[in-house]
Design a protein around this ligand. Structure first.
Ligand code: NAP
Length: 311
C-alpha cells in the first residue's frame, strides 16, 4: 500500500516533535504533518527559561533544534492541512487534499490558537495595532505606548518582553488578581515600564488607519473610559485547534480532546498530546512529555495489532 504509515502525527509543535523522536527511535514509520511553522506556538514565544537543561533560549531557537531532532530517526515531515479524517477501523485515513495518508495510528497534536476578544474594532484593526504575537510585532512599537490584555502567563510574560521596544506597557486585567505564575508577576511588578489597570475589560478598539484609542469598561461598576494606545496585544487564553474534529466523539464541551493518562482517546489507535488535550498545565515540557507517552503507547498499540511494522 503506498503512503502507509505506522503513525501520522498531526502538528509539529513540542508534543508532535517529541512524539516523532520517540516513534522514530522505536522504528515506527512516522510522518509529522504541519500546516504552519514547525514549533507551533513556541515560534511566538520570546524567552524560554523553564525547559530543563536549557537554561535560557528563545522560542524560535528551540523550535529549530526540536524540529530537526525527529529527522535523526528518519521521521518524515509534510506540510498540509487536514481536509478530512477517517478515524475508525484498523487503518485510518488522513486526507490532505493533495494526497491521502493511510496509517495504523494517529496522534493529534494540533495545539491551540490565541483566543480573540470579539469586540468592535478588533478584527478591523488586526495587523494595524491589534496583535496576538509580541515576538512577531513588538519591534514595530519602538517608543510607543501599548496595552496588553489578560492576566495569565502569556499576558504578563509578553508584556515584559514588549518593554524592550515600547516606552510604556499597561497590562489590563478584568480582575484584581493575576493568574500568571508568581515569578512572572514579580518581573512585571519590578519592571518600571509596566503598569497595571485592574478590574477592566476591553469594550472596543478604535482608530482610523491604525489603533488610536481603546475603550475600557470597569468590571466592578460598569463605568467606561477611553485610553490612548499605539497598539494592543491580546492574550486572553487559547482555543484548541480541533475544528476538523467537530463531528467526532472525542472532544469536551470546550473543544479540547479527552484522553486518559496514556494519551489514548476513546477511539482505538487515535491518540492526542499537548495543548489540544483536556488538561491543566500547558507548557512546553508537558507537551513534550505527552508526546513521549503517546508515542510509546502507540508503539505498544501497533505491536499488539501486528508483529510487523510497515518499515
Ligand atoms: P490563560 O492562562 O487561560 O489566561 C488567560 C487570561 O485572560 C486570564 O487572566 C483571563 O482572566 C483573561 N481573559 C480571558 N478571557 C478574557 C476576556 N474576554 N477579556 C479579558 N480578559 C480575559 O491563557 P495564557 O496566558 O494564554 O496561557 C495559556 C497556557 O499556556 C497556560 O496554561 C499557561 O500557563 C501557559 N503558558 C506558560 C508560560 C510559561 O510558563 N512561561 C508562558 C505562556 C503561557 P481570568 O484570570 O479572570 O480568567
Amino acid at each position: 500500500m503506498t503512503n502507509l504509515y505506522d503513525l501520522v502525527i498531526l502538528g509539529g509543535g513540542p508534543a508532535g516533535l517529541s512524539a516523532g523522536v520517540y516513534a522514530g527511535r522505536a522504528g515506527l514509520k512516522t510522518v509529522i504533518v504541519e500546516k504552519g511553522l514547525i514549533g507551533g506556538q513556541l515560534q511566538n514565544t520570546e524567552d524560554v527559561e523553564n525547559y530543563p537543561g536549557i537554561r535560557k533560549t528563545t522560542g524560535p531557537e528551540l523550535s529549530e533544534v526540536m524540529g530537526a531532532h525527529p529527522k535523526d530517526f528518519d521521521v518524515e515531515e509534510k506540510y498540509g492541512e487536514v481536509q478530512s479524517l477517517q478515524l475508525t477501523g484498523e487503518y485510518k485515513i488522513v486526507d490532505l487534499g493533495k494526497e491521502k495518508l493511510t496509517t495504523r495510528a494517529i496522534l493529534i497534536a494540533t495545539g491551540a490558537t490565541p483566543r480573540k476578544l470579539g469586540v468592535p474594532g478588533e478584527a478591523e484593526l488586526s495587523g494595524r495595532g491589534v496583535s496576538y504575537c509580541a515576538i512577531c510585532d513588538g519591534a514595530f512599537f519602538k517608543n510607543k505606548e501599548l496595552l496588553v490584555i489578560g492576566g495569565g502567563d502569556s499576558a504578563v510574560e509578553e508584556g515584559n518582553f514588549l518593554t524592550r521596544f515600547a516606552s510604556k506597557v499597561t497590562i489590563v486585567h478584568r480582575r484584581d488578581k493575576l493568574r500568571a505564575t508568581p515569578i512572572l508577576q514579580q518581573k512585571a511588578m519590578d519592571n518600571p515600564k509596566v503598569d497595571f489597570v485592574w478590574n477592566h475589560a476591553v469594550e472596543s478598539i478604535e482608530g482610523g488607519r491604525k489603533v488610536e484609542t481603546v475603550v475600557l469598561r470597569n468590571t466592578v461598576d460598569g463605568s467606561k473610559q477611553t485610553v490612548k494606545a499605539d497598539g494592543i496585544f491580546i492574550y486572553v487564553g487559547l482555543n484548541p485547534n480541533t475544528d476538523f474534529l467537530k463531528e467526532s466523539s472525542i472532544l469536551d464541551e470546550h473543544g479540547y480532546i479527552v484522553t486518559n493518562e496514556e494519551m489514548e482517546t476513546s477511539i482505538p489507535g487515535v491518540f492526542a498530546a499537548g495543548d489540544v488535550r483536556q488538561k491543566k498545565l500547558r507548557q512546553i515540557i508537558t507537551a513534550a512529555s505527552d508526546g513521549a507517552i503517546a508515542a510509546m503507547n502507540i508503539y505498544e498499540y501497533i505491536e499488539n495489532k501486528s508483529s510487523i511494522t510497515v518499515k
